[in-house]
Design a protein around this ligand. Structure first.
Ligand code: AMP
Length: 253
C-alpha cells in the first residue's frame, strides 16, 4: 500500500528474479516440503498487498479469509446477510463459520504445495482448531509472521483504500493511486471502497484486533514459530523481508 518508487520496484524485481529463475520444484527441494504460513498483523498492516505477491514468489496458495467472506456475502441468503452485518460493523464473524470456510479452501488442490493464510486465525479458538484440523490431515503451520506497523500509520492507510473487485489488488488515494482512477492497473477490473474502510470502522477493527487477535500472537510465540517483520517500509522491502522469513529454515532464524 506504500508508495512504490523506483528503488522499491527494483527490490521487488530482484526478489522476483531470484526466485522465479529457479524452477519451483527446486524451491520445494530447498524447502524440503510444502510450507504453510500464517501472515498476521493488524488491519492496514499490508497483509493483503503483500500476501498475494509473496505467495506467487514462493509458489504457494494465498488464502485470505476476508476475501472468502466477501465472496460469500455477495450471495442472496440469510447467512450472507448475517455475515455482512458483522463485517460492516468491523466485528468478527463467528468462529464456526469462518473455520468451515477456511478449512474447505485449504482442502483444495492448489494448497497441497503450501499456503499463506491472510486474516486467519483471528482468535485463539480459531488458532487451536486450525492446528487440530490440520493435524488430522497430517499437516501443520510451519511459520507465523507478525507484520508490525504503528497505529497512526494503520489509520491513515485504512481510510483512503481502494480494492479491485476482480483480483483484490489494493490501492490508496494518496500512497499508491491507480494510473486510471477506478480501474485496476494489474487486471483492468473495477475498483471499489470497502464498507468497513471508514475511519470509525477502522478504529473498531483495530480495537477488535487488540482484544481478540493479539492473544493469537502469544499462542504462536509460545509454540516457537513466530517471526516479527517490520511493515512500515516500502512495499518492495517488505516483500523481500517476508520472502526471506518464509524460505529461511527455522533453525537459521
Ligand atoms: P479482512 O479483509 O481480513 O480485513 O477482513 C474483513 C472482515 O471480515 C473482518 O473485519 C471480519 O469481519 C471478517 N473476517 C475476516 N477474517 C476473519 C476471521 N478469521 N474471523 C472472523 N472474522 C473474519
Amino acid at each position: 500500500m506504500g508508495h512504490v518508487n523506483k528503488e522499491d520496484g527494483m527490490v521487488a524485481a530482484r526478489a522476483q528474479a531470484s526466485v522465479l529463475t529457479r524452477p519451483s520444484s527446486r524451491l520445494m527441494v530447498e524447502r524440503g516440503k510444502p510450507v504453510n504460513v500464517v501472515l498476521m498483523g493488524p488491519p492496514g498492516a499490508g497483509k493483503g498487498t503483500q500476501a498475494g505477491t509473496v505467495a506467487r514468489l514462493v509458489d504457494v496458495a494465498h488464502v485470505a479469509s476476508g476475501d472468502l467472506l466477501r465472496d460469500l456475502i455477495r450471495q442472496d441468503s440469510e447467512i450472507a446477510r448475517q455475515v455482512k452485518a458483522f463485517m460492516d460493523r468491523g466485528d468478527l464473524v463467528p468462529d464456526d463459520l469462518t473455520l468451515a470456510i477456511v478449512m474447505a479452501r485449504l482442502a483444495e488442490p492448489d494448497c497441497a504445495n503450501g499456503f499463506i493464510l491472510d486474516g486467519f486465525p483471528r482468535t485463539v479458538t480459531q488458532a487451536r482448531e486450525l492446528d487440530s484440523r490440520l493435524a488430522a490431515r497430517g499437516r501443520r503451520i510451519d511459520r507465523v509472521i507478525d507484520l508490525i506497523v504503528p497505529e497512526d500509520v494503520l489509520l491513515a492507510r485504512l481510510s483512503g483504500r481502494w480494492l479491485c473487485r476482480d483480483c483484490h489488488s489494493s490501492y490508496h488515494v494518496l500512497f499508491s493511486p491507480p494510473t486510471t482512477p477506478g480501474v485496476c492497473d494489474r487486471c483492468g477490473g473495477p475498483l471499489y471502497q470497502r464498507n468497513d474502510d471508514t475511519l470509525e470502522t477502522a478504529r473498531r477493527r483495530l480495537e477488535v484486533y487488540d482484544h481478540d487477535t493479539r492473544p493469537v500472537l502469544e499462542y504462536y510465540r509460545a509454540a516457537g514459530i513466530l517471526v516479527d517483520v517490520p511493515g512500515d517500509r516500502s512495499v518492495g522491502e517488505v516483500t523481500e523481508a517476508l520472502r526471506e522469513a518464509i524460505v529461511t529454515q527455522p533453525d537459521a532464524l
